[in-house]
Design a protein around this ligand. Structure first.
Ligand code: ATP
Ligand code: IP8
Length: 242
C-alpha cells in the first residue's frame, strides 16, 4: 500500500483564494490512475484551507472556539476534496472521501486521536480513500488545524504503508545553494535552508514537512508534479527523507 499526498501548492493556486489548479489536478489524477497497488490519497489545503485558517487565526497550535471559523475551514476543505474526487473519478479511480473533522480529534496534550478502521476497510473493499488536512476538535482549545503531512505520517504508521510520496511545488528539498538534496537523514542537514511556504500557510511549510517525515519509519520522498509518474513507477526521484 502506498500513500501519496497532493500538496495544496500543487492542486491549487496557493496565492489566489479558493482557486483550483485544474491542469495540475488532472495531471496528478492521471498519474495516480496508473498505481497498481492499494492507494491512499491525502491532499493539503492550499488556497482553500489555509486561506480560511489564516482569516480565522487558526493553526496547528492556535485554536478557535468560534463555530463560524470551524465551519468555514472545514467547508473549504470539503469543497476542495470534492474537486479532487471529481478529477480522480474522471480517470476511473474508485476514490471515496474520508473527512478528518468527523473522524478524529486532538487530546489535551495535542496528540492526534484518529481511528483508522474505516480507512482500512475501504482499502480492503477496493476503494481509494481520499483524506485531507482539516480542522479538528482539540480538547481545551476548541479546534485546531490538522496538516495533511501529519495525517500522512499517522496513516503510514497505523496501516503499514510500504512507501510515502509527497508531491509539492518543488522538485525536492533545496539546500543553501538551491540544489535539490538527494537524501536527508537528520533535520540539521538542511535546517538552515528550510523556510516557510511562499504562500499563506498555517502549518509550517517545508520545515514542518521534513520534521514530520523524519519521524516516520517508512521510506518517504518529496518531489514535484513532474516527478509523480516516476514515484508511481518506483524510480528514484526528488528528496528521500530518512
Ligand atoms: N529548503 C526548501 N526546499 C524546498 N521548498 C522550500 C524550502 N524552504 C521553504 N520551501 C517552501 O516550502 C513550500 C512547500 O511547502 P508547502 O507546505 O507549501 O507544501 P504543500 O504540502 O504543497 O502545501 P500544503 O501544506 O498547502 O499542502 C515550497 O513551495 C517552498 O516555497
Ligand atoms: C485546513 C488546512 C489549513 C489544511 C492544512 O493541511 P496542509 O495543507 O497539508 O498543511
Amino acid at each position: 500500500m502506498i500513500i501519496v499526498k497532493l500538496g495544496g501548492s500543487v492542486i491549487t493556486d496557493k496565492d489566489t483564494p479558493e482557486t483550483v489548479d485544474e491542469a495540475s489536478l488532472t495531471q496528478a489524477a492521471r498519474a495516480l490512475a496508473a498505481v497498481d497497488d492499494d492507494l491512499i490519497v491525502v491532499h493539503g489545503g492550499g488556497s482553500f484551507g489555509h486561506h480560511f485558517a489564516s482569516e480565522y487565526d487558526v493553526s496547528r497550535t492556535q485554536g478557535t472556539e468560534e463555530y463560524e471559523g470551524v465551519v468555514a475551514i472545514h467547508d473549504a476543505m470539503a469543497r476542495l476534496n470534492g474537486e479532487v474526487l471529481d478529477a480522480l473519478h474522471a480517470e476511473d479511480v474508485p476514490a471515496v472521501p474520508v473527512h478528518p473533522f468527523s473522524a478524529g480529534f486532538r487530546n489535551t496534550v495535542a496528540d492526534l486521536v484518529f481511528p483508522t478502521g474505516q480507512v482500512r476497510t475501504l482499502l480492503r473493499e477496493g476503494f481509494v480513500p481520499v483524506l485531507h488536512g482539516d480542522v479538528v476538535g482539540h480538547e481545551g482549545r476548541g479546534a485546531t488545524i490538522l496538516s495533511g503531512d501529519e495525517l500522512v505520517v499517522e496513516l503510514a504508521e497505523r496501516l503499514d504503508a510500504e512507501r510515502v510520496g509527497l508531491c509539492s511545488a518543488v522538485p525536492g528539498v533545496y539546500d543553501e545553494n538551491d540544489e535539490v538534496v538527494e537524501r536527508i537523514r537528520a533535520f540539521g542537514e538542511v535546517a538552515g535552508a528550510l523556510g516557510e511556504s511562499e504562500s499563506t500557510d498555517v502549518t509550517g511549510g517545508m520545515a514542518a514537512k521534513v520534521e514530520e517525515l523524519l519521524a516516520l519509519d517508512v521510506p518517504a520522498t518529496i518531489f514535484d508534479l513532474d516527478g509523480l509518474d516516476a514515484f508511481v513507477r518506483e524510480e528514484r526521484v526528488g528528496t528521500r527523507i530518512g
